[in-house]
Design a binder for this molecule. Structure first.
Ligand code: PRT
Ligand code: ZN
Length: 283
């Protein structure tokens, strides 16, 4: 049987979450920091640990079948790969930022200005689309110090909390792209059975992360109002309690509107609400 290869970041911001995701998919492997390849003992898969910048090309060229990498890196390397699944971590945005003292109002004011970045391809396309001609200065790191050193008028860099911009006297001015970690595959690999199996496992882990398992007690009279508030996978399970006219309701609730939903349930008569994490949801 064929063994798949998946490339993930060796160390850095995406490493831990990528390893965690694969382990939550039930894959058993050693996360050796020193080795480049780790075999999975219970699935025909090998994990390649690489620098994130190399992952898109490895996948495009078929050295790896799959990869986990930020969309920013994929777009900057301009590779031909299939986007298989958004993974919900490593979220950030690529932004143009200017010094706090700059009173720039419109994108057009970037005409003729210099912008330092490690993302010349993405920035170049963005500016071209907007009809703006700036001087893109490609540097390899520490972009945020470049206006302070007089090397550029503005920067274009990834931002997550905004702390780095702030501590360098910069303010975000324009959004170029938003990014998150993405499962990519060699073009056409999405049709392979093993790849499909892995995608399904990943999706079941992601779905579970977005939902909580909730058990609550309610008087039978309030049951219709409670059920009306619950979406559930299909419909909630309702189990009789020893106390007459009381039932326990088992259901799942989406993480995103969790607290609103819980307070609505309480108002509708729910008591003794127990909330549990879910490991996997297989549809
Ligand atoms: O060694 P290797 O080449 O593999 O890693 P790397 O150093 O190139 O990348 P790494 O580990 O820093 O980031 C990997 C991926 O994480 C990126 O390609 C993004 O997809 C994603 N990501 C998410 C981020 C950030 N958030 C982020 N905040 N990548 C970088 N940053 C940097 C940003 O460049 C800036 O210096 O963090 C700083 C800003 O952060 P805040 O929180 O202060 O706004
Ligand atoms: Zn990198």
């Amino acid at each position: 049987m064929k063994t798949l290869k998946i490339a993930i970041q060796k160390s850095g911001r995406l490493n831990e979450k990528s390893v965690e995701l694969l382990k939550n998919c039930g894959l058993s492997f050693e996360n050796y920091k020193s080795s480049l390849i780790s075999p999975v003992s219970n699935f025909p898969l090998e994990i390649l640990f690489l620098r994130d910048d190399d992952i898109p090309e490895y996948v495009q060229d078929g050295i790896a079948d799959l990869g986990i990498v930020g969309e920013n890196v994929i777009q900057e390397t301009e590779v031909k790969v299939s986007y298989l699944q958004r993974l919900g971590f490593g979220k950030c945005s690529l932004k143009i930022a200017v010094p706090n003292t700059d009173d720039i109002q419109s994108l057009a004011e970037l005409n003729g200005k210099s912008i330092a970045t490690t993302y010349p391809v993405i920035l170049g396309k963005f500016l071209k689309e907007k009809g703006i001609t700036s001087d893109i200065r490609t540097i390899s790191g520490s972009v945020e110090i470049s206006p302070g050193l007089g090397l550029s008028d503005a920067i274009c860099d990834l931002v997550s909390t905004g702390g780095t911009l702030k501590s360098n006297g910069l303010k975000p001015f324009a959004d170029v792209m938003s990014s998150e970690a993405m499962l990519i595959g060699r073009a056409g690999s999405e049709n392979e059975d093993l790849v499909q199996e892995l995608i399904q496992r990943i999706q079941s882990v992601l779905r579970a992360k977005e939902t909580k398992y909730v058990v609550l007690n309610v008087h039978k009279d309030s049951l219709p109002a409670i059920i009306a508030l619950l979406p559930g996978v299909k419909s909630p399970s309702v189990i009789s309690l020893a106390e007459e006219n009381w039932v326990a309701v088992h259901t799942v609730i989406p993480e995103r509107d969790f607290w609103d939903r819980i307070s609505q349930l309480k108002q509708a008569g729910a008591q003794g609400i127990v909330v549990m994490p879910i490991e996997k949801i297989i549809l």
